[in-house]
Design a binder for this molecule. Structure first.
Ligand code: SF4
Length: 284
């Protein structure tokens, strides 16, 4: 519900973030629907309804200018007002709950049998996420593949088995961490999720992140890193060091599927994971 100027600010921040991700269209909203219903959908709190029809909403966004040529992950673009865009994590409305497990359950219930974007048409199962709700380490990929779609669990195919090996090489068990994706339904032919699909589904990821609040968040591949960090930089430029997301240390690195095609890149991923291990140790 939009009740206060702060609510409008949160909605504007969400729209600005979607703009950074390349979303140029918004779901169609019937004229008889009240603005409050619109805001709850973008906050990821709508409870279903018919699939939205896209319509161009040119001019709805505040507009951005590239002030430094996109050289850094966090400062590539800023609003004309001078203030950096607010992270969607700051505006993600994780449900009030006594613990992370309950919050995740409520987020999953809110997601429901989701038809908010067109990816619902090709899925077998929604792949919400799996793992320890109190994890200190969280991994985020871009979306489910065929194996994940069938099982309803992220990273269970060949790439997932490699991710499990990476986790075990870090001295942990898969069940100790939390694993999720930017979009919860399998894109056709395993294509990269489209900006409007990411824009529709990502609020649920940010709610998951807020509920778990891991010490370190590892983004696997370009779409995950771009979504979490709100940048258009590629993974090659983003990886190798930590970025900040509301106090959470974010380490972008290559996706395990890329490592299956390019085994030589495993060395760079391991370099990144050694930094993650050190960060977790330092945090105690
Ligand atoms: S990808 Fe996300 S937003 Fe789209 S239908 Fe699936 S759960 Fe809903």
């Amino acid at each position: 519900m939009i009740r206060t100027p702060g609510d409008w600010q949160a909605l504007r921040a969400r729209l600005e973030w979607l703009r950074l991700l390349g979303v140029e269209e918004l779901p169609f909203v019937a004229p008889e629907r009240r603005p409050a219903q619109v805001s709850s959908e973008w906050a990821g709190t709508a409870t279903g309804g018919p699939p939205a029809r896209p319509v161009v909403q040119a001019g709805l966004f505040g507009g951005f200018e590239d002030v430094d040529g996109g050289g850094s992950a966090r400062s590539g673009r800023r609003s004309r007002g001078g203030a950096p865009p607010v992270s969607p994590l700051a505006t993600a409305r994780a449900p009030e709950a006594p613990d992370a497990a309950t919050a995740l359950r409520l987020i999953r219930e809110d997601l429901g049998d989701c038809t908010r974007c067109s990816l619902c048409r090709g899925r077998t199962n929604i792949v919400f996420g799996v793992g320890n709700p109190d994890a200190r380490l969280m991994f985020v990929g871009e979306g489910p593949g065929a194996d994940e779609d069938l099982k309803g669990e992220p990273f269970v195919g060949r790439a997932g088995q490699l991710l499990t090996k990476i986790i075990e090489s870090m001295g942990m068990q898969r069940g100790e961490v939390y694993i999720a994706n930017v979009v919860k339904c399998r894109p056709p032919e395993n294509r990269t999720p489209l900006p409007d699909e990411i824009g529709t589904c990502a609020p649920f990821l940010f709610q998951q992140i807020r509920a778990i609040r891991p010490r370190v968040l590892v983004c696997l591949g370009t779409p995950a890193a771009q979504t979490v960090l709100g940048t258009r930089e590629t993974i090659t430029r983003l990886r190798g060091g930590f970025h900040d997301l509301e106090g959470i240390r974010v380490m972008p690195t290559f996706h395990p599927a890329y490592l299956l095609r390019n085994p030589a890149a495993k060395r760079e991923v391991w370099d990144d994971m050694k930094k993650v291990i050190a960060e977790l140790k330092a945090a105690g």
